[in-house]
Design a binder for this molecule. Sequence first.
Ligand code: GUN
Ligand code: ZN
Length: 656
Amino acid sequence: MRGFEVLERDGLARLGRFETPHGVVETPALLPVVHPDPERQPIPPAEMADRLGVRAVITSSYITWRTPPLRSVAERDGIHGLIRFQGTVMTDSGAFQQHAYGSVEVGPEEILGFQERIGSDIATVLDLFTEPETGFADAEAALAVTLERARRARAARPGLLAVPVQGGAHAELRGRSADGASGLGDVLAVGGVVPLMEQYRFVDLVHALAAARPALTPAGIVHLFGTGHPMTFALAALFGVDLFDSSAYHKFARRGALMFADGTYALDELRERVCQCALCATTPLSDVRGWPAAERERHLARHNLVLSLEEVGRVRQAIRDGTLWELAERRAAGHPALRAGLVAARQHAEIFLATEPDARRAFREVTAESRDRPSAVRFRRRVDAYRAGRAVGPRIPRVALRPEYLRGIPTEDRTGAPIAWESETPFGPVPLELTERYPVGPYLGPEEFLAPPRHRSPADVGRALRARADLEADLDRDWTEAWTRRQVEALLRFEYGPEVGPALAAPCVGERSRKTGRLRGLRGPDGPRFVVGPDGTPRPTFRGGGAVHAATGAGRFRVEVAEDAVPFVREGRSLFARFVQGADPALVPGSSALLVDREDTLLAVGRLALAPHEMRAMRRGVAVHVIAHARSTAEPAEDEDVAELPVWPPERPSDG
Ligand code: GUN
Ligand code: ZN
């Protein structure tokens, strides 16, 4: 395999692609479960491909093997011939039948060899299915068997191999299993969770995913066995699940149930036209109710699969937009058990923080719990670090950081002591000068409509301050300049820490947008050094990168470029993961970073596409996008370091 490539990401979730002998699979993808007996399959896989764009399915090699007529067709025509599908076919091994019926009658070598013979694109090791109730000792013994089988399978199979992750409810075993699988499998398939999903035990599901996640290599394709209902896809994707597989579209149809991303309806109880998908629009569900069972089942299965695929599309779009937490929260609102799962997910903030982007375009609140998303957890921690050792001052309502407001807010009292205003924000009190930074600046929630800071007039603020008896400060002076100074210092201190930030700020002056009054850039004596984006984060120009470079050392804020790639990076080309020599572990996706060579010469300034630990693990894909670089060294020195700094993210129009 040429390796899994990550193209876009949102936290742990990613849009990726990998190649198989029967085509490319773009992830996240839903692999519909297909019955190997075409007679028992409600929707022909060829129809899934032609009408619904399905490029990969999963089927059972075990059922095929143990059913002689199916086995002989598969041995003659291959698994693609048997199920009549020319896309990617993953085969499962029989462990699920062990769960359902108590045993399987095939050995691990036999079933792996069979998957090989029938031309499976992704073969699965015959794992031992561990039930959620299994005790530690038994789960541990079963895991040892699964891992030994996986070792033998890897040695026997050159093609793509799925290694199941078991361990039951034991976090330590989940971690060990994930670690073992990471060294052996191309696809790392989290298993043993179907009973959890069937019983709506999403809290336990989340704990299982959280236990496995840190030990799963970022280069692996993560599969979640039996991710049935579309309302769970966003939650699974949050943990970096790349492949869902499901027979739920068929199982629910058999029970007369219609799946939607926000819940389920029983056909028998439906009196209204709740679905207008292409199928239900032309064939009203009220008609379907009267149909013979088999036809009804086929209709509902089609509806269920269409709605499931639509939700995969929503998840994919949310990853592109950086809004997956928002989508997961909206879906969780569909069922209290799912909400509980999301509460449990937020308790595992550490798992998300290493890949959580440093800023996003927007922070849209779905519920009050949105304020505990990992991005908000990180922000609060960084605010605590920013405040460390300094006095926390009086509270002030949230105002926009524009001259008409700032003019009347004194930064110091009559003795010259600074006043450390704390603004009341949806994320708690935040130093006023930091309130344009993500997530506070781009916050959009009900508070914006109930008590919008933009409706608070500068005169209101002035009156409120004058009413404060304790305020020993000059309220008649214009404080705008002092605020600009404070903001410049604060932004760089917040970004680069208390040692480096103030030194970087000293030679810089802040520039405000003439249109909006917002701080838009930080200029040094030699020209622009930082651009402040809509997320409130200062992004260095190449010149600014030079200043950071000079003020810091020992790998900080740096990504070291392998020698072969140095000329390309110098010209502004993206840095690929396999050319990364090392990276500051404190960086996260979206961070600005200095790209340097082995001698620590600054080559370019970039934005991380991957977290440092992912760069080490990945063999493919972009690790750092180059944003600004040195122009040809032949050019005159004066202009040498100026390269245009594009607005980031590229789609976002600049606000002046
Ligand atoms: N299908 C659903 N759950 C599982 C599992 O744990 N292992 C395998 N191999 N297949 C499954
Ligand atoms: Zn429908």
